[in-house]
Design a protein around this ligand. Sequence first.
Ligand code: SF4
Length: 457
Amino acid sequence: MSLSAAASSSTAISARTFSSDLKAPQLGSFRVPNQAVTFSQRWSSVKAVNAQPKRSDSIVPLAATIVAPEEVEKVEVEDYVKLANELGSASPLEIMDKALEKFGNDIAIAFSGAEDVALIEYAHLTGRPYRVFSLDTGRLNPETYQFFDTVEKHYGIHIEYMFPDSVEVQALVRSKGLFSFYEDGHQECCRVRKVRPLRRALKGLRAWITGQRKDQSPGTRSEVPVVQVDPVFEGLDGGAGSLVKWNPVANVEGVDVWNFLRAMNVPVNSLHSQGYISIGCEPCTRSVLPGQHEREGRWWWEDAKAKECGLHKGNLKQEDGQANGNGNGAANPNGTATPDIFTSQNLVTLSRPGIENLARLENRQEPWIVVLYAPWCQFCQAMEASYDELANKLAGSGVKVGKFRADGEQKEYAQKELQLGSFPTILFFPKHSSRPIKYPSEKRDVDSLMAFINALR
Ligand code: SF4
């Protein structure tokens, strides 16, 4: 059975190893010798027992082999930060070509059934052999399954589907029902149906290719590099740093992905014509209105920050580390103090008594918009420029712009009284109501924030 191939049959590779047994790590059973990039590897010279001088000692282990002392082989380690910088302005096609060239059969494209079909088109255009895998959660839209079939036929490939463990799914559904994610969040279901199958897939690879883009989620994906050592998952060799993650379209805007798909006449999921942009499982994906951000069509009942299903959890790593780690969040991970942010002179810094007063007032002289933030939070840092610009724009307009540092000992109060779910949380305090209104969107550009304010003032 053919696994995954470029149009040319000369580049086709056999896939029988991947599609017949879904239990073992599925991917990566083929090896490409002489990888251009390898990680530090340990090797042992292993000698058969019968190669040793005969011994009569009966407590000699009955193992079939005797392991000689370990030797450490020094191998070149690629600097992926440097490589990411070098490829910063490269086209997706160049990045894809580099990825496939470096990792050969030990790399595969993660295909979700949405516009990341662009990755398959780019891989096809390189003329190199490539592999594609997808997670069949069992909850996808019928249109997505049809699309998988179309893609397989269009490119002459076999997608390597990964399925969840049936015992785990059964336990979850029997104990909590089919829609538990609406009650207690999508993490548990995603862990069973997506993350664990993904982890199994990646354990058979040395690198993977994703369709992550910076513009997909201003909160969680704004720092996605074109290539990185995967901060979350392990690859074939095991351990931290054993997997490389390529994001060839990291710097491409959604609109340009679509221009590319149209220009190349690439088949697309029919859900897109029904208003869907980001496509995942059927119960957790909906169409969005014009102007809404694509991620607002996913897990819309949850807080914006949590909209990463675990597949790209490394995007949240820094914030998680801070939130769970060093208490007051006053220092960054290496222990140095983090300078304050939102420093426009048109911005009011609210103390705890200040925001308590603001929250108590039934009638204010003017409405306020206030960001609850933590200076170490990368998402707060990412919106600093637009929030400062907003403050400058609103100066003298009758709307006050403020900030309240809500980490450390203020966090509990902010969570209880100010609807803080994650950083940053943006609140609008109307003129004639004490109850603040939480900004519901992940779009934190000036125009979106202005639209929110104008709708409420
Ligand atoms: Fe479950 Fe929804 Fe996650 Fe799919 S997206 S795995 S249905 S929670």
